[in-house]
Design a protein around this ligand. Structure first.
Ligand code: TYC
Length: 125
């Protein structure tokens, strides 16, 4: 387990919300109480958005999707598209679940609107 960061709570009076039962307190003593705190936040699970190859979606459309929804440069988008075209599957990006899910929905909706069968799926990282 990682070390717990220490937090110093000033023990001087006047704040109105201090615990009167703590030792070392009192007005203006200049001492402090060191308490150990544990972060309550958790790192979110991450999900890969994978793009699948098909025989019909034009290459330029896939490059456009990668630029528009995954903020790729034209060079990176072209490399990812070619990887998917040759290998069958490739990673568009890695995101927390709700963002990843939203990317998949946006890409599939956009592809259907343009009558392309392009498919995207999620995979737990
Ligand atoms: N295979 C498609 C073609 O030859 C191009 C393509 C690449 C399609 C990547 C989908 O995810 C994809 N037009």
């Amino acid at each position: 387990m990682a070390p717990i960061p220490a937090r110093v709570i000033p023990a001087t009076s006047g704040g109105g919300d201090e615990d009167p039962g703590q030792p070392g307190g009192g007005s203006g003593s200049g001492t402090g109480v060191v308490t150990a705190t544990r972060p309550k936040t958790q790192k979110p699970s991450m999900y890969k958005v994978l793009m699948l190859n098909d025989d019909y979606t034009p290459m330029e459309f896939v490059v456009h999707v990668l630029e528009r929804f995954f903020n790729k440069s034209q060079e990176d988008a072209t490399q990812i598209m070619l990887h998917v075209h040759r290998r069958g599957v490739g990673i568009c990006g890695v995101y927390p679940y709700e963002i990843a899910e939203s990317k998949v929905t946006q890409v599939v909706d956009f592809a259907r609107k343009h009558q392309h069968p392009l498919q995207c799926i999620l995979e737990k990282d």
